[in-house]
Design a protein around this ligand. Sequence first.
Ligand code: ARG
Length: 307
Amino acid sequence: MDVKIVAIVVIALIIGILIGYAISVPKIQQLETELEELKEAAGMVPELKQQIDELKSENEKLKSELAKYTKSYVDEIKKRGKLIVGTSADWPPFEYPEDGGYAGIDIRIAQKIAEKLGVDLEIKDMKFAALIEALRTGMVDMVIADMTPTAEREKVVDFSVPYYFSKGHAVLILKESTISSVEDLYGKKIGVQLGTTQEEWAKENLKDKAEIISYNKVYPDMVMVLMRGDVDAIIVGDIVGNILVNKHPELKIGLYVGGSSIGGAVAVAEGAEDLKYVINSVIQELIETGEMEKIFEEEITKWMEKE
Ligand code: ARG
């Protein structure tokens, strides 16, 4: 064989190898960096897993939150066949015991709401301070207790539209007492109902100036301690105050405090939109037809004429 040919073949082979090499080196480098990237990505897997888990639990939370708002309170009440209402039956003419049951303005409004829902009414009487918690734990469907919507309460429950307005809190005293101003209350013993806006007013305006004593039930308990002279004054709602001084001639209203505000509204569990809707429609209807005024008039007259 010709040496020349051998040389050409050898050179061609060498060139071929060099070209092959020149092509595959960057290829290998690329593969190496890809491998590096893959390794890195693999390192991120637990992190990603955690993120996915977090998103999942976030999703669950949102779902249960949503369920709260889409849960039908009305369906539940209808299925049960009765509306369970919490109140503090110590507050004439709004709610008070009568004939082994309960009566008053609020009870009549509750009755109308139960009628609208087509169910029976069950009243659960408890201390006023326990009502919000009873609502939150689902022990009652709604609370009607001449409860004033306050910012503090709005944080944990929802309120219907108001069904009346109040002129303020009435400070009840004995006939012979000369208390007629807030300053006159300084240094005195003042009775209020636990958890009420009257207690809140006293704590804000008489703190360190008077002795504030809180009670669970207004009527008859707080009226009795006032008549016994255990306290110098008790603070109640304006309408209630008028009823009580009429019933007990040894009492009078010394002054009004706190100014006018929304009187009462019905409280429901936070997010009980469908129930609130029914309650609002009943209240609006009662107001528009003049029935609400009639209920107030009748109940007030009934107490004014009571022996
Ligand atoms: N309106 C006041 C409040 O919301 C007093 C209500 C008291 N009601 C009763 N049933 N004792 O705090």
